[in-house]
Design a protein around this ligand. Structure first.
Ligand code: ADP
Length: 591
């Protein structure tokens, strides 16, 4: 099992400061919904305007009523205020719904964008990243962004406006008191700026730890048979617990900071309010301030602390979101497979001869796998590649598919270098029957149809007949519509292989790669698979990656791969006669 403790490549970079580029990229995600968000913003503005008007109205009302003692007027004003509050609430609700719509849309878009991008990354990326980690990015990291991108963005401007408007109104009421209040509030805000960065770092670490944990758990569940066969449930429990403890600690650390920031803000604001009451109360008693002004002022301070609190928690959430966005953008910055070259052509229409020319390749620079390998694979014939395990046989087929790019040399199909061919056309015309046939959780029919999505039922079943799938499907009550379970687990190895062969048959490729199963099947199953393969190979250029020698004696040519080069080439009998590596290998198998 491959272990990776890091996130996507590049995600372990030093924590970069929140840059405008980062924020711009975040905001860019919301751009397609700018109209909706603008409407939501306007609605918020209206409800904000209403809440700002309330203190002024109240100030006037209290002063008027204390002066004139007209209770009836007070009642009328009270009813008016209730009406305003109701309108504000309705606007607030509409704003909430619009923001929720935009938010969910953005999250949907982002998940699809990430999935689209991930699918187009080089195969090498997936060699170093666990699928469970990626699932975690797609679910947890994306969710974290949602609130910021909608609620917070929508409220940002109204919050600022409320704050500025509130301060202006406060100055109108009593500028000296306002100065004191603003200074105190700024002190509270400073606290946020200082500690927000810390929170972002913790969030980032927490997400890294979470995806690592999810990766490990997903892997254990995906390999449940291995886990059970070794009775390693307690071991996996322990491993999961240790990882989860790490996540827990980081999450708690985050909550401690976040909670502290919230508490400081809450207490700070309350103290400021108390200060206003105390100082204002004294001013009223000394006659320097009217009672109405004090009421209005207290209300305005309550209103100002609202957006201040919002801006503070927005800042906190922004820190968290940028922590998550860092990782998502790191994935989006991973380079996808090279684009098709300019003037790329379709798949050559020739007979399908393959030429490996002076091919050199290494997965890791220090360990070359292929060293200037050359081999001609004649069209319509069967070429078998044999060689010790780890000599690079499978690698050769990966290069033909362009899963990896060779460092030097090239592969030609009918004289056209594969780099000049549209990647999709290339892959559509090369069929592969892998060592371990991979089936999706679906019906047998769906699994075969994956070879050519537009094939009709009759074509799918014809391929099923050709690949001896029908032979066992007949026995299932639901026939081709039988579900095969995750990775085709409910089928036997031989049955899975035949489904994979049917899939390749339906694809009808010009060139075929058979990565032979290493494990032997029972005789009957083997014969059925063999027969299916023989039918599949007719008229196609076939490259057999032979892990066993028993099946390739009839190949038109056998190439021996050793030390990164083809060391022997010929038919079975010729190679035996030659007395080289092939003869040695053959002797070994025979005994
Ligand atoms: P074969 O099919 O002949 O058994 P492979 O082509 O699978 O051999 O592997 C050739 C060599 O490349 C081996 O040493 C193997 O460890 C290494 N290798 C295979 N796949 C990868 C990979 N994705 N990343 C790094 N090294 C790899």
């Amino acid at each position: 099992m491959r272990r990776s403790t890091s996130g996507p490549a590049g995600s372990k970079d030093q924590l970069s400061p929140i840059t405008w580029t980062g924020i711009r990229r975040l905001i860019a995600l919301a751009v397609p919904y700018r109209l909706l968000l603008a409407i939501a913003g306007v609605l918020t503005l209206v409800s904000t305007g209403i809440s700002l008007a309330l203190p002024l109205i109240s100030q006037r009302a209290v002063d008027y009523v204390t002066r004139t003692k007209e209770v009836g007027e007070l009642d009328r004003i009270a009813v008016g205020i209730v009406g305003l509050v109701l309108v504000g609430a309705i606007f607030g609700y509409a704003q909430f719904l619009i923001a929720a719509f935009a938010g969910n849309s953005i999250v949907k878009d982002l998940r699809l964008k990430l999935f689209r991008h991930l699918q187009r990354l080089e195969v090498g990326y997936f060699d170093k990243t666990r699928s469970g980690d990626l699932t975690s990015y797609l679910s947890n990291d994306v969710s974290l962004l949602q609130t910021t991108l909608t609620d917070d963005l929508v409220k940002l401007i109204p919050n600022f406006l409320t704050l500025i408007g509130g301060v202006v109104i406060a100055i109108v009421i009593d500028w000296r008191l306002t100065m004191v209040v603003v200074t105190l509030l700024m002190a509270v805000m400073l606290f946020f700026v200082i500690f927000g960065r810390r929170l972002r770092k913790i969030t980032r670490e927490g997400l890294d730890a979470l995806s690592d944990t999810m990766g490990a758990m997903t892997e254990a569940l995906a390999n449940i048979r291995l886990v059970k066969a070794f009775a390693r449930e307690p071991f996996e429990d322990k491993r999961a617990r240790e990882k989860m403890e790490g996540v827990f600690k980081l999450n708690m650390k985050g909550s401690i900071w976040e909670g502290m920031m919230g508490t400081v803000a809450g207490a700070g604001f309350s103290l400021v309010l108390l200060g206003v009451m105390w100082y204002g109360g004294r001013s009223v008693l000394s006659g320097a301030l009217s009672l109405g002004s004090l009421v209005g002022f207290v209300m305005i301070v309550t209103i100002i602390t609202g957006p201040m609190g919002n801006l503070a928690s927005l800042y906190t959430r922004l820190q968290r979101s940028v922590g998550a966005a860092d990782r998502l953008f790191a994935i989006l910055d991973e380079k996808p497979e090279l684009p098709d070259v300019e003037g790329a052509v379709g798949f050559p229409s020739g007979p399908g001869a393959v030429q490996f020319q002076d091919l050199s390749f290494a997965y890791v620079e220090t360990t070359p796998v292929l060293k200037g390998l050359s081999l001609s694979v004649p069209a319509g014939k069967v070429t078998a590649i044999v060689g010790p395990s780890g000599s690079g046989k499978t690698t050769l087929s990966s290069l033909l598919y362009r899963f990896y790019e060779s460092q030097s040399g090239q592969i030609l199909i009918d004289g056209t270098p594969i780099r000049q061919i549209h990647r999709q056309a290339l892959r559509e015309n090369i069929g592969i029957v892998p060592q371990e046939p991979i089936l999706f959780n679906g019906t047998i029919r769906e699994n075969i149809r994956y070879g050519r999505l537009e094939a009709n039922d009759a074509e799918v079943e014809a391929a099923g007949r050709g690949a001896n799938v029908e032979e066992f499907v007949k026995g299932f009550p639901e026939g081709y519509d039988t579900m095969v379970g995750e990775r085709g687990i409910t089928l036997s190895g031989g049955q899975r292989q035949r489904v994979a062969i049917a899939r390749a048959m339906l694809k009808d490729p010009r060139i075929l790669v058979l990565d032979e199963a290493t494990s032997a099947l029972d005789n009957r199953s083997e014969a059925l698979v063999r027969e299916a393969l023989d039918r599949l190979m007719v008229g196609r250029t076939t490259l057999v990656i032979a892990h066993r020698l028993s099946t390739i004696q009839n190949a038109d040519q056998i190439a021996v791969l050793k030390d990164g080069q083809i060391t022997e080439l010929g038919r079975h009998a010729e190679l035996l006669e030659g007395g080289g590596v092939y003869a040695d290998l053959y002797e070994l198998v025979k005994t």
